[in-house]
Design a protein around this ligand. Sequence first.
Ligand code: FES
Length: 92
Amino acid sequence: MSHAPVHCAGLKPVIVQLKAGETYAWCACGRSGIQPFCDGSHQGTGLDPVVFVAEKDACVALCTCKNTATPPLCDGSHKQLTGAVIHPDADD
Ligand code: FES
C-alpha cells in the first residue's frame, strides 16, 4: 500500500514525561504541528500515528526525525540526517 512521504519534523528528539496508563499517539508522518504527537495532519497521507499506552511513569526521548527504527523512541538516527530538509508544516 502506498502512502505520502514521511517528513522529517526535527533533528533531535523531544523529551517528554509519560504517565503510566495514559494513551499517546506519536506522529509517524512528520506533519503534526504538535511534535512529537499526532494532531491529525496525517489525514489523506495513508500514514497513521503510533498509538501506545505508557507502561509506567517515565521520561523518554521521542523521535521527531521519523527515521527511528524503534518508534516512538529515538534511536539516534537523527545524527545521520544533518543535511535533511525539515518540513515544519503539513501542506505538501
Ligand atoms: S501521524 Fe503525523 S499528524 Fe498524525
